[in-house]
Design a protein. Sequence first.
Length: 116
Amino acid sequence: MATSPEDVLDRLESQLKLDVTPLRVAITPVPDDEDQQTPKLGSVARWLNKMEAEGAADWDGIVWVDDALGTDVHDWAHQYHKPILLEKPAPEEGLTEGHVVAVQVFINSEDRDRTS
């Protein structure tokens, strides 16, 4: 799933050589989201719940790369029923080769940990 600008996502997806096109999540904040440490958590959680309710949740894991991941997203990820990889690039460094490798390893893993 992705929430970043299209050009960044296109380059990342190209580097990862994915067999499928990842789902892209529209971020639609609501007033309750303002108190969260992770600004996108509410939008992402609502989107995932909606997709599951519609029977469109055919993914086997979630990769979330964001420079604004707080402890709330880690707590949420530990409660989620599918494996989740959380990668937090430093804003001054951006996405590094190490992040891309971590995503590749997670995607290619047969037995993913619940969260990272």
